[in-house]
Design a binder for this molecule. Structure first.
Ligand code: PXG
Length: 290
């Protein structure tokens, strides 16, 4: 594997960053998880834009133009002969001192890893997922805004641990007000009477790129999409529920906190949206091999 660090490519063994990097010491940095399908990088522009937005929010200057960063992502895929896979793009504050002052960091570092994706078992898509609501609430947007895709994922990791302890793969995280925010690494959608609902960003959701894509697909299919505050009651009484994320794509949810959702099987609109999503991932994106 060839890993990109600050303009150079390294073998996996020699791809190293400093133990003084504030990405490690303080989680001071931002990242993106991107997928490649069929020799193309899916939604590359959207991921680069979101990285720049995350960086801006933490006053971290990206040491490259959007265009050059996009090219570096594609080039890293090419050097790894990637056709289908997963790209992790990381921007850290860089090497600093043992104090948290970011101004003491020399320069930001960019890391690009293009590798294999760890997929959910096929069974989850066929039968649907059972999830639970966990006690850890989503970070307050007045403290650490969940819209920032930062290297500080402890909030999500704690929720993931709680889900795993309850025997589940994913967790619904509520915000401090008790509204549904999102899952640990996925956005959440409900369908009620053919109308589609997803929490607004202000409820503590990441501006998910899959979320946006699914909203577009649903609207093009003539379905109404609403971004509204949702409670667990709304989830329990939905006709269909599914999660979206770059890794998971669209996963049906069939049980939440012991309540069966709909008829307990992946819903028909969920299945329709999944098909449109797959045809989009397989036919669009930034070509890796010109
Ligand atoms: N919410 C959170 C908190 C996320 O981290 C999503 C929603 C979905 O966003 P996209 O843009 O992917 O549709 C994410 C992204 C992992 C992993 O290893 C998960 C994500 C990103 C990177 C790695 O589980 N989810």
């Amino acid at each position: 594997m060839k890993i990109y660090i600050d303009g150079r490519y390294y073998d996996e063994k020699s791809a190293k960053i400093s133990v003084f990097d504030h990405g490690l010491l303080y989680g001071d940095g931002v990242f993106e998880g991107i997928r490649a399908y069929n020799g193309r990088v899916f939604k590359l522009k959207e991921h680069i834009d979101r990285l720049f937005c995350s960086a801006k929010a933490i006053l971290l200057e990206v040491p490259m133009s959007r265009e050059d960063l996009g090219k570096a992502v594609v080039e890293t895929c090419r050097r790894n002969r990637l056709k289908d896979g997963y790209v992790r793009l990381v921007l850290t504050r860089g090497k600093g001192t043992l104090g948290l002052n970011p101004n003491k960091c020399e320069r930001p570092s960019i890391i690009i890893i293009a590798g294999k994706i760890q997929l959910y078992p096929e069974e989850y898509y066929r039968k649907g997922l059972e999830i639970v609501t966990v006690p850890t609430t989503r970070n307050l947007h007045s403290a650490l805004n969940p819209a920032i895709k930062s290297l500080n994922y402890l909030n999500n990791i704690l929720a993931k641990i709680e889900a795993n302890q309850a025997g589940c793969e994913e967790a619904i995280m509520l915000n401090a007000e008790g509204y549904v925010a999102e899952c640990t690494g996925d956005n959440i959608f409900l369908i009620q009477n053919r109308r589609i609902f997803t929490p607004p960003l202000a409820a503590g959701a990441l501006y998910g790129i899959t979320r946006g894509t699914v909203m577009d697909l649903a609207r093009s299919a003539g379905l109404e999409v609403f971004e509204s505050n949702l409670t667990r009651y709304d989830v329990f009484n939905a006709d269909e529920c599914f999660l979206t994320g770059t890794g998971a794509e669209i996963v049906p949810v069939v049980k939440v906190d012991g309540r069966v959702i709909g008829n307990g099987k992946p819903g028909s609109l969920t299945t329709t949206l999944t098909k449109s999503y797959h045809s989009l991932t397989n036919s669009t994106g930034e070509p890796i091999y010109a």
